[in-house]
Ligand binder design. Structure first.
Ligand code: NAD
Length: 514
């Protein structure tokens, strides 16, 4: 962790390459509680941390983790806002969410630039993430009025009905790879259902969630309904163990997911866990080769490979392996690495130096275990001098991989694709499933019967046939095995942010044996 002695909770540098971000936004404290930007008042035992602009390798701000007082005040704000927000009809909440979606559209470019500034991904990808936030708001705005129960006719004219009720104060905790998207994917359904939320972004990417909170306020979300709290592990754990929190929705590593599950067990809090993966992509000889190559790149190289659902184990049928690798290599070498604010950039900067070096160590280890590095895995110093300290790594293809290699077993979370070969369908499905993870998987084939059969046999929460890494807002998303618990997106998210109450209505007299 970065060490620092100064305690500053505001942004130190104006980003020269962010055209849209105002100095006013940057100069305010980083917590957002009850509709107001606030400086954390209490520090916990986590060290202060430095927030980087990954493309320049320079510090944007230093901040402290919010402590118990801040956590209490954010949870209290959300608790106070809950009665009024939850009493609105679904239609009324939906109209507000739609107005928020329109405001995000107006300020979308600011959000995208802020994301690039703090995460390092290319601007076109950040725009896709912002669009996904808008989609989430519009989709859940549409669903809000439809959240309803059942009526059940009972004997003697009595009846029962069910109510889908909100849970109360929900906590969202996010990872650093899709900061604004994760904040949007969690908050839109939570708020649509009548809950209020305290959201903690990753300490590496604290910025875009605050701008989102400000936009929510401008769009009509009342104060206290959506709050943002900055911090690291201890802030997270103060939130997950808070007695007034009804649910925790977490996106991050398996290790942290385990801790959160333990912490929530004490009060039997509801949880959703979106965790890591090591997903398989299976390419059969009868596939459309051009599409399969594109699919493998989509499955590995977006956001510098820092994507949970990436299909990093690429199994290719032996008879087409050489042809596949040749085409893949040619296309990968053409990917433009550099300033993530430039429209033509395909590979931006990795989140920080430590993570970049960790990915490089994985690739070095693969070499030692017998993999052949066909390209990439090297630190790139862009010709633009202002980016010379940035964390740029070229996308890597590792050939001749085998199932026992560390890079084939562990989540790397960088652009490092392992190519493996197979001969038979049964064999490859068995190898694909030989992992503790189960987030996603994919198959490329022209035989649709086989496509459906293989996707049915892959043990994962998502399976793509003839494409990869597309997440329309209507699709439920989540993992099998250690990749998670519960689902985000789609109608499933509504189920996960509501609880069912049964109301029995007696139409006759009480038939009592006493
Ligand atoms: P991480 O687990 O280190 O941190 C995630 C968040 O948890 C951060 O906000 C962090 O501050 C917080 N945290 C850490 N310790 C905590 C604790 N004890 N209690 C509460 N909160 C705590 O993960 P990361 O490095 O930010 O993200 C990378 C991981 O996230 C990868 O494994 C990736 O696969 C996974 N991920 C999964 C999805 C998904 O939807 N399945 C999406 C994105 C990332």
């Amino acid at each position: 962790m970065y060490k620092s002695t100064t305690v500053v909770n505001q942004i130190l540098l104006k980003p020269s390459f962010c055209r849209q971000i105002s100095t006013e936004f940057l100069n305010q404290p980083l917590n957002f509680i009850n509709g107001v930007r606030k400086t954390p008042t209490s520090q916990n035992s986590d060290e202060d941390f430095k927030v980087f602009n990954p493309a320049k390798g320079e510090v944007i701000c230093e901040t402290v983790s919010s402590g118990a007082e801040d956590v209490d005040s954010a949870v209290q704000a959300a608790k106070d806002a809950f009665p009024e927000w939850s009493r609105l009809s679904g239609f009324e909440r939906g109209k507000i969410l739609m107005s928020v979606a329109n405001r995000v559209k107006e300020r979308g470019e600011e959000l995208a630039e802020l994301e690039v500034y703090n995460n390092g991904k290319p601007i076109w990808e950040a725009r896709v993430d912002v669009q996904s936030v808008i989609d989430g708001l519009e989709y859940n705005a549409g669903l809000a009025p439809t959240i309803s129960g059942q009526q059940i006719q009972l004997s003697g004219g009595s009846f029962a009905y069910t109510r889908q009720e909100p849970l109360g104060v929900c906590v969202g905790i996010g990872a650093w790879n899709f900061p604004v998207q994760i904040a949007g994917w969690k908050s839109a359904p939570a708020l649509a259902c009548g809950n209020t939320m305290v959201y903690k972004p990753s300490q590496f990417t604290p910025l875009s969630a605050i701008l989102l909170a400000e936009i929510y306020k401008e769009g009509g979300i009342p104060d206290g309904v959506f709050n943002v709290l900055q911090g690291q592990a201890e802030t997270g754990s103060l939130l997950t163990s808070h007695p007034d929190v009804a649910k925790v929705s977490f996106t991050g590593s398996v290790l942290t997911g385990q801790k959160i599950m333990e912490s929530c067990a004490k009060d039997i809090k509801k949880i959703t866990l979106e965790l890591g993966g090591k997903s398989p992509l299976i390419i059969f000889a009868d596939c459309n080769l051009e599409n399969a190559v594109k699919g493998a790149m989509m499955a590995n190289f977006m956001t510098q490979g820092e994507v949970c659902s990436n299909g990093t184990r690429v199994f290719v049928e032996r008879s087409i392996k050489d042809k596949f690798v040749e085409k893949l290599l040619a296309k990968t070498k053409q990917m433009k690495i550099g300033n993530p604010m430039h429209e033509e950039t395909m590979v931006g900067a990795m989140i920080n130096k430590e993570h970049m070096e960790k990915v490089m160590r994985y690739i070095e280890g693969a070499k030692q275990q017998g993999a052949k590095i066909l390209c990439g895995g090297e630190r790139i110093i862009p010709t633009d001098a202002s980016l010379s300290n940035g964390f740029f790594l070229s996308p890597c293809i590792m050939d001749n991989c085998t199932d026992d290699m560390t890079v084939v077993k562990e989540e790397i979370f960088g652009a490092a694709m392992a190519v493996l070969t197979f001969d038979e369908e049964d064999e490859v499905v068995q190898r694909a499933n030989n992992t503790k993870f189960g987030l996603a998987g994919g198959v490329f084939t022209s035989d649709l019967t086989r496509g459906h059969r293989v996707s049915a046999n892959i043990q994962s929460g998502t399976c793509f046939i003839n494409n990869y890494n597309l997440y329309p807002i209507e699709m439920p998303f989540g993992g099998y095995k250690q990749s998670g618990l519960g689902r985000e997106l789609g109608r499933s998210a509504i189920d996960s942010y509501t609880q069912t109450k049964m109301v029995y209505v007696e139409m006759g007299d009480v038939d009592c044996p006493y």
